[in-house]
Design a protein around this ligand. Structure first.
Ligand SMILES: [Zn+2]
Length: 163
């Protein structure tokens, strides 16, 4: 699948031929989509998915604002996420997890859930994702401190002791 990156600053469109091209050549170190013409990150990819579903509400009509590759412990299986917004210049509100099979090993690029079903993230993948979301400004250190506090307050061990 090819991706059309629209730049909202210089009004140029650039194309990534597939997910590997997009991740390797059209994102900055923080994962933001970059305009090939002017280097701006005021960019988005309009995406409509799920149109084959009978229920129209199953379709997602949104905008990819960034793409992050997660550390893969397998040479063939590469999980990644799209950071998406509801509007072209909107704030990132969702993280869409997917994966591709490395064409360098399999001989052809397979993108998205295939025979292996939905993506499965390791503990390391999850922590790396949280750190990358922090670098993107989607998660703040305070959010993690609040989550850690709730985990300490409502730990499984505490609930066992109460029962
Ligand atoms: Zn541009």
């Amino acid at each position: 699948m090819a991706y059309r990156i629209e730049c909202h600053l210089c009004r140029s469109d650039t194309w990534a031929g597939n997910i590997v091209d997009l991740l390797d050549w059209h994102t900055d170190p923080r994962g933001r989509l970059v305009c090939e013409k002017c280097g701006a990150t005021d960019t988005s990819i309009h995406t409509i998915t799920g149109l084959w579903e009978r229920e129209s509400e199953a379709a997602w009509n949104g905008y990819i604002k960034g793409a992050l590759r997660l550390p893969a412990d397998s040479p063939t299986y590469v999980p990644y996420v799209f950071l998406t917004a509801e509007a072209p210049m909107g704030a990132v509100s969702r993280v869409r997890v997917s994966y591709y099979l490395n064409p360098g090993v399999t001989g052809r690029l397979t993108d998205g859930p295939g025979p292996g079903s939905a993506p499965a993230l390791t503990r390391e993948d999850l922590f790396q994702l949280i750190e990358r979301l922090g670098a993107f400004g989607i998660i703040q250190p305070d959010d993690l401190e609040r989550a850690a506090h709730r985990m300490r307050e409502d730990s499984f061990a505490t609930s066992l002791a109460r029962s």
